[in-house]
Write a protein that binds this ligand. Structure first.
Ligand code: GDP
Ligand code: MN
Length: 397
């Protein structure tokens, strides 16, 4: 589950990670009230107004702006709230902004320099350890840094069994070129950040930038936080942080009816039972020159109602040019699935406007094929994997 910046920062702060202070606002009036409150608490007269969407690169898209006074807070908030924000990480049409974070300006000038760092915490699946990835090149695309100056990205692996060792935090602060107060601040920051990652059961923290202020404070200016869905049962208070407006509406609907659906960019809809067969089916579609429009595991009980729901979901994607149903009847009988497909087709009527290729293998596959072939519907049956692939290829041509 991905969080908004302001929510991620609240979690960080609850574990003692220093953050840029901020208050979320839904309207320009709330934004002004928030700015006043922050000024009262911090003395900072300048504020940064930040669009809250589940995508990075907001600065580049005009979703992060500085306000020098309350009039500017109001006018900038008015401009950003309700805008369709396009960034390198949003879909081409952008994402609507429903709320903004008003935060204290922490880039104030001073005697010594300001520095921006990159710090992320994630799981390295190949070593089974947590990993802190960090760089002196904060504030810009880490992908670009990785491509152009990979030697400026460091990693530190942490054994989850022992947790982070004090020398590891010191090493990170040292590699970031810090000294004095900032060195100490970074050690505290990294230690608290790792604790927050561990205790919140997150799967990703990406803090870009981590700022060293001109008075040598270390704080999180941005926060991308993803909580591991499988651990949400341990964090009942996080469930309310979900913002389904940010999620794919077809995926949200599928989740509500217990279907595993992942939206993809292609043109061939897939309805498969079992995640392994679903992956193999997507490979097959790719090999025939098609492109899967989705991943969909209908699970063990592919009955008529479920099949119909699955068809409805797949057809919501306007890019779908054909649907491949690939079901193995091990627990479920193929003839029941076939009947489900025929019934669903009849119920959906005109909603089905693309050819459907059905491959049913396993228990009663022959009866199932018979049922499909004699249905008189725009449904083609296939027995072999390759036959299904060929029929898909013809269908999308
Ligand atoms: P992103 O573009 O979505 O990654 O959003 P960030 O939270 O990283 O903000 C983008 C950029 O805005 C940062 O890299 C900073 O350069 C700038 N920024 C953020 N907060 C402040 C602030 O308090 N003052 C100033 N002057 N700039 C800020
Ligand atoms: Mn950022």
């Amino acid at each position: 589950m991905n969080l908004h910046e302001y929510q991620g920062k609240e979690i960080l702060a609850s574990y003692g990670v220093a953050i840029q202070r901020g208050v979320v606002a839904q309207t320009p009036e709330e934004a002004v009230a928030a700015a006043k409150k922050i000024t009262d608490e911090t003395g900072s007269g300048w504020h940064v107004i930040k669009a809250q969407i589940h995508a990075g690169g907001r600065g580049k898209g005009g979703g992060v702006k500085i306000a020098k006074n309350l009039e500017e807070v109001s006018s900038i908030a008015n401009q950003i709230i309700g805008m369709q924000l396009i960034t390198p990480q949003t879909p081409p049409e952008g994402k609507p902004v429903h709320q903004v974070l008003i935060a204290e300006d922490v880039y104030y000038p001073g005697a010594s320099e300001i520095s921006e760092f990159y710090v992320s915490v994630l799981l390295n699946r190949s070593t089974g350890k947590n990993m802190i990835m960090y760089s002196t090149e904060g504030g810009m695309d880490i992908e670009t840094v990785a491509e152009e100056t990979p030697h400026l990205i460091f990693t530190e692996e942490i054994d989850p069994a022992t947790g982070m060792m004090p020398f590891q935090a010191r090493k990170i602060a040292f590699n970031l070129g810090l000294s004095g107060q900032a060195f100490k601040g970074m050690i505290k920051f990294i230690s608290a950040l790792y604790t927050a990652y561990d205790k919140s059961d997150s799967s990703l923290f990406e803090i870009n930038p981590v700022l060293k202020t001109s008075d040598d404070k270390i704080l999180a200016v941005d926060a991308k936080v993803s909580i591991d869905d499988n651990a949400l049962f341990r964090h009942k208070d996080y469930i309310a942080l979900r913002d389904i407006r940010e999620e794919n509406p077809i995926e949200v609907e599928a989740g509500e009816v217990g279907l595993n659906y992942v939206d993809l960019d292609g043109n061939v809809g897939c309805m498969v039972n079992g995640a392994g067969l679903a992956m193999a089916t997507m490979d097959l579609i790719k090999q025939t020159g098609g492109d899967p429009a989705n991943f969909l595991d209908v699970g063990g009980t592919a009955d008529a109602a479920r099949v119909e729901t699955a068809f409805r979901l797949i057809l919501k994607d306007p890019n779908v040019k054909a649907i491949l149903v690939n079901i193995f009847g091990g627990i479920v009988r193929c003839d029941r699935v076939a009947q489900g497909i025929v019934d669903a087709y009849k119920n959906l009527g005109d909603a089905i406007n693309v050819p459907i290729i059905v491959r049913l293998q396993g228990t009663n596959a022959d009866i199932a094929k018979e049922l499909i072939d004699s249905s008189g519907l725009n449904v083609l049956s296939a027995t072999a994997f390759q036959e299904a692939a060929d029929k898909i290829q013809q269908a999308i041509k």
